[in-house]
Design a protein around this ligand. Sequence first.
Ligand code: SF4
Length: 321
Amino acid sequence: MEKVQFTDLCRKLSTRGGHALSKAILPVVEGHLAQNRKYKLPVIWIETSDSGDNNIAFMNTTYPYLGRVFTEMIDLLYSNTFMAAQGQDALIILEQAAALYRGMFTLVVEGAVPTRDGGLYTVIARTATRAITALEAVTWLGSLAKHIVAVGTCASFGGPSAARPNLTGSVGVRDVLNREIINVSGCPVNPDWFVGTLAHLLMYGRPELDDLGRPTLFYGFTVHRHCQRRSYFDREDFAEKLGDIECMFSLGCMGPRTGADCPYRQWINYVNWPVRANTPCIGCTNEDFPDGSTPFFKPMPEKNRPAGSQPAMPGPKGDAQ
Ligand code: SF4
């Protein structure tokens, strides 16, 4: 299947609701495997400064499910979460994998990178003789990788790890490496966004990215654009409290300035998403999350509203996209 066909298929499915992209991934991956069964995407995955939420989200991938991702899609060369080896043994595996697959592997970074005091606030490997900081590991492995995928908002932009007062000087991977980073933001990431990005790298290479380095397949439209409560917004009919059925712009919803396909993809295996569960979107995929979203449950400041929004509540109008 040609790239353009895959992309068109994804767009078609992602704009009509119901079954979304992940149900399109599986047959396409199967088609790829039928033709090229031996090749898997070599991946080195390091976890830096984060909560571990993204690998938990990843474990909930459904189409394809986790076992198939490991056995048929990616060759996971190193991951401190998913591998059995520890300590010196793990470090030897990491060094050998980086050397053997130099220029071929995809580096997945999960978490922000502390930079203050030489990066000592996050150590990813420690032996009897040395400690490797996240800063050192990202710099080292980032210079050897073919592609770099920052998974989650911490790795992409700093996220909660870099929130005020950011005592560790944490930053996103893009602020450490002077090269292209594929940012798959979200707190946590939707497994479809991450597995879909890996599938694209496996079969077609680099996906189309937006101006924040995020795959447009998943982040190309605002939450607001496809929200089930959009008709309330357009009628200026706003919720007064959580649990009301109207638009939650009045309760701090960040949907109008948040790129993500949550309204139709949902979480996980199409179960639910925040607005449908009666809580506002908090903008977790955004470059300035969480500081730019706080205080939560307060209408977003006028300066942050998309162009065209009315300045005062009630009565917001307009939409970024
Ligand atoms: S402001 Fe939030 S609740 Fe209202 S329509 Fe937009 S995304 Fe939906």
